[in-house]
Design a protein around this ligand. Structure first.
Ligand SMILES: [Fe+2]
Ligand SMILES: [Fe+2]
Length: 316
């Protein structure tokens, strides 16, 4: 398909399908302690006998806090990371971005701004309906911190290309995470609608970034390809790392009235469950990222391929 025709098709699709243009406001229904707002399976402390003994209201409190953290986390990635990268494309801080890509970067800015709006609207409604205040309003998270660390360690002239690759990876991971949450059964309908609406846009975003990277990667100097490629395994470990100290869960348990000793027991006894879940999820995400890096061409240099070779997510 000729380039102008393709761009027209992409733009028409955005006008027809972008959720900012076509979906109604999502309303949080009246809160009941029974209705699940976030998956129990992603909150391993919930199922511990010491916690379940406290009743459904406490479970609802813990899940509400987990939902706040998730929604704030997604909003941070959108507003501090993806939008920033798109602005860098628009204003030529990333070299060689043509008008067609700038037009799509603008759709991503609009979409992400809208997603952050939807998430905050949802949080505000949840606070009112549940009368539960978020224990913390995070200003950053693990993924942002890991990216900032990697960015700071790079020579200045490689930072923008790394940023674009990091956003390409993050959008791919986020699409998968949000899609999985949208498929959870038994969750409040409004929460799954929030996830499914979001994923409709994220699928488009992750294709846009992946196509852009496939085109750009072979044009980068070999030195840049090698430098970024070699740091990726450690970066991905950092980016996808879980908080093994489980600080936030400890804080929630204290808020629920558990003594330090009881909280320690809950953390300890839910740890094998927590660690296996984290490991399983991390491995499957890394397999996806590895396939993506392969498609982009990042693994074409032998040295880079070797750097990944002892990783358990590298599949043939
Ligand atoms: Fe988004
Ligand atoms: Fe996105």
């Amino acid at each position: 398909m000729p380039a102008t025709e393709l761009l027209n098709k992409i733009t028409d699709t955005w006008y027809a399908k972008a959720t900012v243009r076509s979906t109604p406001r999502i309303l949080v229904p009246d809160y009941s302690g029974e209705q699940l707002i976030y998956p129990v399976a992603r909150c391993s402390i919930c199922e511990h006998p010491l916690v379940s003994a406290l009743g459904p209201q406490v479970r609802s409190y813990i899940l509400t806090q987990a939902a706040y953290q998730f929604l704030y986390g997604v909003g941070l990635l959108e507003t501090k990371f993806v939008i920033q990268c798109c602005l860098d494309m628009l204003h030529n801080h990333i070299k060689g971005i043509n008008d067609a890509a700038k037009l799509q970067a603008l759709t991503v800015i609009v979409d992400e701004g809208y997603h952050a709006h939807v998430a905050l609207d949802y949080i505000i409604q949840m606070k009112k309906k549940s009368a539960i205040e978020p224990l913390e309003v995070p200003q950053t998270n693990r993924k942002l911190d890991a990216t900032a660390r990697a960015y700071a360690a790079l020579p200045e002239d490689m930072r923008m290309d790394f940023q674009l690759l990091a956003v390409t990876i993050a959008e791919n991971v986020l699409t998968d995470e949000v899609a999985n949450l949208g498929r959870e059964r038994e969750l409040a309908q409004s929460f799954t609608t929030l996830m499914m609406d979001h994923v409709r846009d994220e699928g488009r975003h992750s294709r846009f970034f992946a196509d852009l990277m496939k085109e750009r990667w072979p044009q980068l100097p070999r030195e840049t390809q090698e430098h970024i490629g070699l740091m990726l395994p450690a970066y991905l470990d950092d980016f996808l790392g879980a908080d093994l100290s489980r600080r936030f869960e400890r804080r929630i348990l204290a808020e629920c009235g558990l003594s330090d000793a009881q909280a320690e027991r809950v953390i300890d006894e839910s740890d094998p469950h927590f660690s296996t879940d984290q490991e399983r999820m991390k491995k499957s995400i890394l397999q996806r990222i590895y396939r993506l890096l392969n498609q982009i061409g990042v693994l074409e240099l032998d040295s880079v391929k070797d750097a990944f070779s002892d990783r358990n997510y590298v599949t043939s």
